[in-house]
Design a protein around this ligand. Structure first.
Ligand code: 13P
Ligand code: SF4
Length: 327
């Protein structure tokens, strides 16, 4: 007997029929994009209307590669601040726009550069692996960057003879340490969105959809990850859903991911992961970007990401190392 759910699950059913026509604002954005010679890069957590007009939608790793490769003059980055900052670090001569400069990240905020600098002073031989969800200041103090998509591979590559500090996400760090067998000190940071998914809430949902495999992001807690059939980055969730024989999936990550899955795997059903209080979970920072702000950013060529050159250069080295190691 399935447990009673005290909410209606958020479900993306298989797509039927044609997509709706673009709205006037979306049309305006496509026109402005041409005029500005701009590329629009969007993270998988952006609202559906933004994903629809983006040139590329993906995870942090895919977006970092796209940013590094583009020859557009303007990069309009629809994601959060650290992602746009990464695009600027690899493209010092391009204009990098973020629709709302306040779109931060709680995980990034949990590791201020001054605290990491103080730790390094006390532990001079430590090798710092920084998850890309951190500020340019933290990247500048790190040896190599990783994303959830390549963290295992990056950690397998780091020198064996050094103590390792993984910043800022303890959950991802713990998952990578278990996968690689590498002992790592973990910075005590976490993503406020992913730690809200709980075993109790998930068990209730699973009892209603026992046939639906669970796919979870590694930023979730270990107890939630242990319930998942697959733990992976947002990009890898697309491949998992495509290749798995199941018709429906429970997706334990930020709810914007369902838009991406729905577009890429239109014949399958996606059920949003629940928290204790809500049928799905959204990142308030990711959702600060709206379609109107995207239009305004292209119109005004602002707000723009800027960085002190010294920090940018220091942050570039570990990003470059990551891009080289994960090719
Ligand atoms: P991905 O790199 O898997 O897209 O994750 C980014 C992120 O911010 C997760 O919260
Ligand atoms: Fe940061 Fe979490 Fe939002 Fe990702 S979902 S941008 S880690 S606060």
């Amino acid at each position: 007997m399935p447990e009673l759910l005290d909410y209606e699950p958020v479900i993306f059913e298989p797509a039927r029929g044609e997509e709706e026509p673009l709205s006037p604002v979306q049309e305006e954005i496509l026109q402005l994009k041409k005029e500005r010679n701009a590329i629009i890069l969007a993270h998988n957590y952006q609202v559906g209307s933004i994903q629809r007009i983006a040139d590329y939608v993906g995870d942090s790793l895919g977006l970092a590669y796209k940013a590094a490769e583009t020859d557009a003059e303007v990069i309009l980055f629809c994601g959060v601040h650290f992602m746009a900052e990464t695009a600027k670090i690899v493209n010092p001569d391009k204009k990098v726009l973020l629709p709302d400069l306040e779109a931060g990240c709680s995980l990034s905020d949990s590791c201020p550069p001054e605290r990491l600098a103080a730790y390094k002073e006390q532990n001079p031989d430590v090798y710092v692996v920084a998850y890309i969800n951190c500020s340019a200041g933290v990247k500048a103090l790190s040896d190599v960057i990783c994303t959830s998509g390549n963290a295992v591979r990056i950690v397998e590559n780091i020198p064996q003879d050094r103590p390792v500090l993984f910043v800022p996400d303890q959950n991802l760090g713990q998952w990578v340490a278990a996968r690689t067998g590498r002992k790592m000190r973990l910075w005590p940071g976490s993503c406020y969105v992913h730690i809200l998914f709980t075993v109790r809430a998930l068990e209730k949902l699973k009892s209603r959809y026992p046939d639906a495999p669970i796919v979870a992001h590694p930023e979730c807690t270990e107890a939630v990850r242990d319930m998942a059939d697959e733990v992976c980055s947002t990009e890898k969730m697309v491949g998992f859903a495509k290749n798995h024989p199941a018709d429906r999936f429970i997706v334990i990550t930020e709810a914007g991911m369902l838009h991406r899955l729905h577009r890429e795997v239109p014949e399958k059903t996606f059920i949003a992961g629940p928290t204790e209080n809500c049928a799905c979970n959204e990142c308030r920072f990711m959702k600060m970007n709206t379609i109107e702000k995207v239009r305004d950013a292209l119109k005004n060529l602002s707000p723009e990401i800027t960085l002190p050159e010294e920090i940018r250069q220091a942050a570039y080295t570990p990003i470059k190392r990551m891009l080289d190691w994960s090719r």
